[in-house]
Design a protein around this ligand. Structure first.
Ligand code: ADP
Ligand code: ZN
Length: 619
């Protein structure tokens, strides 16, 4: 139905467009003719006697006879018109006037057959409407054909094709830092693409599909490109969402087209980004066009099943939601190889930073391991962006080299938002902020299970009035209950300090409290870390398709247990608050030192902060 409406709209469109063109042409033609006839009006009307005289003077160059009209061109360029009797020929006319025949010979005389021109005129005026009509029809049809052609290309895949052989700076494994396991897994694919025959001869089965699983920005696309680069094989890049259009059937035909194209340039790689856009579990669709998605997915499965081993096409797909993929995609013979790409570890982050620092002027003292330490949870793309931000920062202050300070400021900008130096803060607020952040920092420093403080600041950034950065110096696989308890105490440190010093609390602590509550809930419900409720988890998380993550939590416990959970959560929070309170009471003096220095300098780096404790230790 929709297609037909679209078609009608296009036809109407084409016709109106042509009518406009036609009108323009007609106006042009009209203008031309009116000009032309204007010219003939300009020609002077003369009597036959004058013409005879002019012939005698030899001042006439040419006479064109058109019926009873004589169009005369004089030698000096002027034009004249004279009229004779309709059925009297020019020669008899001139004879009657006894003109010297010798002189007539010198004049170019052009007699157009009146009858012929009459017929021509009639035929032309008869044909003209048909010609115009034909013209319109011709153009309309041509445009419609254009539409048709577009409709044909509609079903064609929009995959972008790269051929590393023709690329100057192709991507190789050298451009991918870290991700050692992933590279290892993909090595086999490269070997195969380089020399498929070797594998076929041995009767070895090569994976048809490799699924790269990882958070956005972890370098999935980069890895796939690097595989193509290493193997010097063509690379077709397509995104899962590009298969889907409003029209049903387009996705499937695009898949067919893509695979046909790929087979022609085999051995090669098809890279499908965002596979989850088409590969979600079938039959679970809540949205409108899931029919289309299913057809597209089916077509992908059909194509992958239809591969002959000799087709030498390998499909690499990327997703960050393997949990929602249709199980059929993961069956043997399809995407049976799965490669997990984690967020980069400390060492990997350092390596990635080095890759992206290559073309940037950095001061020689830059310490990548310290940057890596401050960027836990950053993906490869985040790190690349970080160095870019730092470069922009330097360019803005007209500097020449990027210092580690620039990179640090960029980290804070990326995490917390831009500095808001211009924001007016009263002295009172500044003091409150200093005690709040001091509280966090003091507790983080003193509790053995809490990571060291990297930086404190009371310059507001984004929504935060100040911040304390405390980060572990190494990556860890597991975290202990004691660490979580320390984290809770640190989170409550700001709130507690405010309460002890001012006897009052501000809204500035609300974010801390929210985080603390969420963390405590996790300890009780998911990690089995509460004493009272013991070793089981509560609530089954259910990712509801299309509606984002963790939207529903199925309750698999009773009302009574819910109360117990609440009590346990409060227990964790209260204990953390008590720890914070004790620590601040005991080290009140240190807190005052921190606050004093903070109010003076606004920002303390790790060294300055640590020095504060060293000094007091010696005293
Ligand atoms: P994904 O496809 O997983 O979302 P991309 O491959 O598009 O991520 O990565 C985006 C950018 O991040 C890359 O172009 C690259 O600059 C950078 N990047 C990500 N991972 C790495 C890595 N391991 N080494 C170097 N650069 C990386
Ligand atoms: Zn806080």
């Amino acid at each position: 139905m929709r297609t037909r409406n679209v078609l009608i709209a296009t036809i109407m469109n084409a016709i109106t467009k042509n009518i406009v063109v036609f009108l323009l042409v007609m106006i042009g033609v009209g203008a031309f003719f009116s000009l032309y006839s204007h010219q003939s009006i300009k020609a002077q009307k003369v009597g036959i006697e004058t013409v005879v005289d002019q012939i005698a003077n030899e001042s006439i160059r040419k006479i064109a006879v058109d019926g009873e009209e004589l169009n005369i061109d004089l030698k000096d360029g002027t034009k004249e018109v004279a009229y004779k009797e309709p059925n009297e020929s020019l020669s008899t006319l001139l004879k009657n006037f006894t003109v010297d025949p010798e002189k007539i010979k010198k004049i170019e005389i052009d007699i157009s057959d009146q009858k012929k021109s009459f017929w021509l005129n009639t035929i032309f005026s008869f044909l003209l409407p048909f010609l115009i009509l034909g013209f319109i029809v011709f153009f309309t049809i041509r445009q419609l054909q254009g539409v048709n052609n577009r409709a044909l290309t509609f079903g064609m895949s929009r995959a972008r094709q790269f051929d590393p052989k023709e690329m100057k700076n192709k991507v190789t494994f050298q451009d991918v830092a870290g991700a050692a396991e992933a590279k290892q897994e993909l090595h086999e694919v490269i070997e195969f693409l380089k020399d498929p025959k070797k594998f076929h001869d041995l009767g070895a089965k090569i994976p048809k599909g490799v699924l790269l699983i990882g958070a956005p920005g972890t370098g999935k696309t980069l890895l796939a490109k690097a595989v193509a680069g290493e193997a010097d094989a063509p690379f077709f890049h397509v995104s899962g969402s590009e298969f889907i259009e409003m029209f049903v059937g387009v996705g499937a035909s695009r898949v067919r087209d893509l695979f046909a194209r790929a087979k022609k340039s085999a051995p090669c790689i098809i890279f499908v980004d965002e596979l989850d856009a088409v590969g979600r579990q079938r039959g679970a669709g809540l949205g409108g066009s899931h029919d289309e998605r299913e057809q597209t997915l089916n077509q992908i499965l059909v194509e992958m099943d239809g591969f002959e081993p000799t087709d030498n096409v390998i499909v690499i797909a990327a997703t960050n939601r393997p949990d929602v993929l249709d199980p059929a995609l993961l069956r043997p013979g399809r995407f049976d190889r799965r490669v997990l790409i984690d967020l980069p570890t400390l060492i990997d982050r350092e390596a990635i930073l080095k890759v992206h620092a290559k073309n940037k002027p950095l001061t020689s003292d830059i310490d990548f391991s310290r940057i890596a330490q401050r960027t836990p949870g950053f993906s490869g793309a985040d790190l690349a962006n970080l160095l870019n931000e730092a470069a922009i920062l330097v360019a803005r202050r007209d500097g020449k080299e990027i210092t580690i300070g620039d990179v640090f400021s960029s980290i804070e900008k990326v995490i917390l938002g831009p500095e808001r130096k211009g924001r007016l803060i009263s002295d009172k607020e500044k003091k409150i902020t200093a005690y709040h952040e001091g509280g966090h920092a003091l507790i983080s420093h003193l509790l053995p299970d809490s990571p060291p403080v990297q930086k404190i600041s009371i310059i507001s950034r984004g929504p935060a009035a100040g911040y304390t950065m405390n980060l572990p110096t190494e990556d860890r696989l597991f975290r202990t209950k004691k660490e979580f308890q320390a984290e809770l105490a640190v989170l409550l440190g700001g709130y507690t300090a405010e309460k002890i010093i001012f006897g009052d609390v501000t809204t500035g602590a609300s974010d801390d409290l929210k985080k603390a509550t969420r963390l405590a809930r996790k300890l009780v419900m998911h990690y089995g870390m509460s004493e009272g409720l013991g070793q089981r988890t509560y609530g089954e998380k259910d990712d509801l398709i299309f509606l984002g993550r963790e939207i529903t939590e199925q309750r698999d416990y009773s009302e009574k247990t819910a109360e117990a959970i609440d009590a346990e959560i409060s227990g964790f929070i209260n204990a953390a608050h008590a720890t914070a309170q004790q620590t601040i009471d005991k080290y009140r003096e240190k807190l005052e030192n921190i606050v004093q220095l903070l109010l003076e300098k606004e920002t303390l780096e790790k060294e300055e902060f640590d020095a504060l404790f060293e000094r007091t230790k010696e005293e």
